[in-house]
Design a binder for this molecule. Structure first.
Ligand code: NAP
Length: 286
């Protein structure tokens, strides 16, 4: 068996086209969707991420504001900026790029974002909404994974999903989303003694660890769907995921590549969340 690729670039293109059509409709009703991105410091990876987010906004017609601040910015000053953006009616989504410099309490800053503008879905109110099945913004990366499963028409009901990784931004929300779709979910992490014993039973595997070759072909049940969230560098410095792609694609039924898989979907879901927030502002103002 050779797995079919789930092409995150192609699916993103499709979804971004739909977003940009709805953005145009909103403009006709007098609302320009706006996203504020705050970058503190000069982390090179963060600079690339925010640039890509701003570019994606421009391409879909979302107004974006990129605020770059020195790494020496105080926590109080950052909280002030978040407060100002919370009350700015032109801004529907606020994203504070992580990681923040060590002297700033990232959780405190995230909690300062108004939940209705928390398009990253990291606020405790967003996490609580996901946990309880209430409406709210879902974290973009696992949400993108769910869109990929939806795209291939995969019905999760009664399936066994194994999530490798339990971070607040990927692993845990991923598990909750799969559960919401009636999968039976196992969460594995660094203290899981026999990862292979779990993954071998899985119909769907989501790898969100940040280590190369965490998942190899001998750990995958034939026909399983494999989503690779990891972003690592191989020996040649090229981007790669957590999954041993070449071997696992011989066993899986569907697989996401790295690059060109989950990565572009993450930015796409940020656009989707920003659009949703702008649409909601229209319905609450009328
Ligand atoms: P994280 O906070 O470092 O979490 C990694 C998780 O993996 C932890 O729960 C850890 O367990 C677990 N883990 C570590 N070693 C393991 C092992 N040998 N076996 C099983 N589990 C193990 O990372 P993250 O923020 O969730 O991100 C995970 C990866 O996804 C990273 O490569 C990141 O760059 C990537 N990522 C990609 C996107 C995208 O858009 N494509 C977005 C976000 C993140 P413990 O909890 O026990 O430590």
């Amino acid at each position: 068996m050779t797995a079919q690729l789930i092409d995150g670039n192609a699916l993103s293109q499709l979804l971004r086209l739909q977003v940009s059509e709805r953005i145009q409709q909103l403009k006709l009703q007098g609302v320009t969707a706006g996203l504020a991105v705050i970058l503190v410091g000069d982390n090179p990876a963060s600079q690339v991420y925010v640039r890509n987010k701003v570019k994606a906004c421009e391409q879909t017609g979302i107004h974006s504001v990129l605020e770059k601040h020195d790494a020496t910015m105080s926590e109080a000053a950052l909280l002030e900026r978040v407060a100002a953006l919370n009350s700015d009616p032109r801004i529907h989504g606020i994203l504070v790029q992580l990681p923040l410099p060590a002297h700033i309490d990232a959780q405190k800053v995230i909690e300062a974002i108004a939940p209705e503008k928390d398009v990253d879905g990291f606020h405790v109110a967003s996490a609580g909404a996901l946990m309880t099945g209430l409406p709210g913004y879902w974290p973009c990366t696992p949400h993108g994974c769910m869109k990929m499963l939806e795209h291939i028409g995969y019905n999760l009901r009664g399936k066994h999903a194994v999530v490798i990784g339990r971070s607040n931004i990927v692993g845990k929300p991923m598990a909750l989303m799969l559960l919401q779709q009636n999968a039976t979910v196992t969460i594995c992490h660094s203290a899981t003694p026999d990862l292979k014993a779990h993954t071998l039973q899985a119909d769907v595997i989501v790898a969100a660890v940040g280590k190369r070759n965490v998942l190899t072909a001998d750990m995958v049940k034939p026909g399983a769907v494999v989503l690779d969230v990891g972003m690592n560098r191989d020996d040649d410095g090229k981007l790669c995921g957590d999954v041993d792609f070449e071997s696992v694609k011989q066993v899986a039924s569907y697989i996401t590549p790295v690059p060109g898989g989950v990565g572009p979907m993450t930015i796409t879901m940020l656009l989707v969340n920003t659009l949703a927030s702008a649409e909601k502002s229209l319905s609450t103002s009328s």
